[in-house]
Design a protein around this ligand. Structure first.
Ligand code: FES
Ligand SMILES: [Fe+2]
Length: 410
């Protein structure tokens, strides 16, 4: 069990916190690419308890700056977006995507105007687009570390579909839902099968509630296998990848799009959960998008905007439960995860947990994160990056013979 200090260390992600100092050393998704139009409305982004603005300028370049205007702090999310720049609506200061101050119209009487313009800089951060997401690096290293070329980050835009959900709970709670492979057959038992997986293996897997969990540390984090004995004598192995600190690649049924998640801290009490599906050879289809996100909010910036709350019990449908649906949370699989995590409160009390063998991955990952913070503070080197070929990290499933090793399949 973690003590309170360790738990605080992992859960606290605000300015100056130990976890945030490490986390900022990784590229993270920050905005949905398609929601940013050239010369369109800038968007506020909150990450690690601090506020930023992201926008697409006239030539299509994406800029990412501190939200507060360096003049007197007005929000640059209110700014005009024109002529390849953001123009603060308060006094008209104009900034380019690099954060340079180009104009300050109220300073016309200043005899040293150019020197003044040169002396002011809006803090700007490196951005990249990939997988339908705008990614940002908020860390201190210059140059920024290499952008992680996950396979979904190098595919044509129509081969990937990414959405973001905003949840009112601490990021660790979000991550731990995805480290917990054992709940598949329980929590999602009705929604996965009823969701039309058309996959006999998945249907069988959700009938075996006690998989044997095995895991290995890797350069990028961890890989793990949930091994389920099947009635026909095979072992069904679902092998996931945990790219720490915040990505998981989740196995899907053969023929379905591949799938991944990113769990990104907004602040101590809010989390952005990114879901993306992708195909290597072909576009993802509307039917596949609809199947995963059935009943979710149409806003790609927050597809959980209609999740519900404790007041309405997150729209749990007791009639559906009487008719055989396990959770009564009939809309989609991500919502089942979001709702159980929300039901724990903004931050669950881990001192009251009773963890079992099926929680082994979660325990292992907590320790890996704590060790990473120590390692980073001593060495200045964030783990899980050097020498990693992100393009090869994929989740998968296999039918194995008894005693056959799952590792070669990853
Ligand atoms: S506060 Fe932005 S220009 Fe004055
Ligand atoms: Fe789940």
């Amino acid at each position: 069990m973690m003590n309170r200090d360790q738990e605080d260390c992992l859960a606290r992600v605000g300015p100056g916190s130990r976890m945030a100092r490490l986390f900022r050393e990784y590229w993270v998704p920050a905005a949905v690419s398609a929601t940013l139009e050239a010369d369109g409305a800038p968007q506020r982004v909150r990450l690690f308890g601090e506020n930023y603005v992201v926008w697409r300028s006239t030539d299509g370049t994406v800029g990412f700056l501190d939200e507060a205007c360096p003049h007197r702090g007005a929000s640059l999310a209110l700014a005009r977006n024109e002529r390849n720049s953001l123009v603060c609506i308060y006094h008209g200061w104009r900034f380019d995507t690099a954060g340079r101050l180009l104009e300050a119209p109220c300073e016309g009487a200043n005899p040293r105007l150019q020197a003044f313009l040169d002396s002011v800089h809006a803090e700007s951060y490196p951005v990249r687009e990939g997988g339908g997401m705008v990614w940002v690096y908020l860390g201190k290293r210059k140059p920024a570390p290499a952008f992680p070329l996950f396979e979904f980050n190098t595919l044509p835009a129509i081969h990937v579909h990414a959405k973001r959900a905003v949840l009112n709970y601490n990021w660790l709670q979000g991550l731990e839902a995805h480290l917990d492979a054992a709940h598949l057959g329980v929590l999602h038992g009705s929604t996965v099968v009823g969701g039309g997986s058309n996959d006999r293996d998945v249907d069988l897997a959700v009938k075996n509630l006690s998989p044997k969990m095995e895991m290995d540390d890797t350069r990028y984090g961890m890989r793990e296998a949930a091994l389920r004995d099947m009635p026909d004598g095979f072992v069904y192995a679902r092998m996931r990848q945990l790219v720490l600190p915040c990505f998981t690649m989740v196995p899907t049924a053969p023929g379905s799009p591949l799938s991944g998640r990113a769990i990104v801290p907004i602040d101590d009490e809010h989390t952005a959960e990114w879901y993306f599906i992708y195909r290597i050879e072909a576009p993802v289809t509307d039917a596949e998008i609809h199947r995963l996100w059935k009943g979710s909010d149409p806003d790609p910036r927050d597809f959980a905007a209609n999740l519900g709350s404790p007041e309405d019990m997150w729209h749990q449908n007791r009639d559906a439960m009487r008719e055989g649906h396990w959770t009564g949370l009939t809309r989609n699989v991500p919502f089942e995860d979001f709702i159980v995590s929300s039901s724990m409160g903004v931050r669950t009390n881990r001192a009251k947990e009773h963890l079992g063998m099926s929680d082994a991955v979660l325990v292992h990952a907590r320790k890996a994160l704590l060790d990473a913070i120590d390692h980073f503070e001593k060495s200045g080197e964030p783990p899980w990056q050097a020498g990693v070929d992100f393009s090869t990290i994929r989740a998968t499933t296999r039918r194995l013979a008894h005693g056959e090793d799952w590792r070669p399949a990853t």
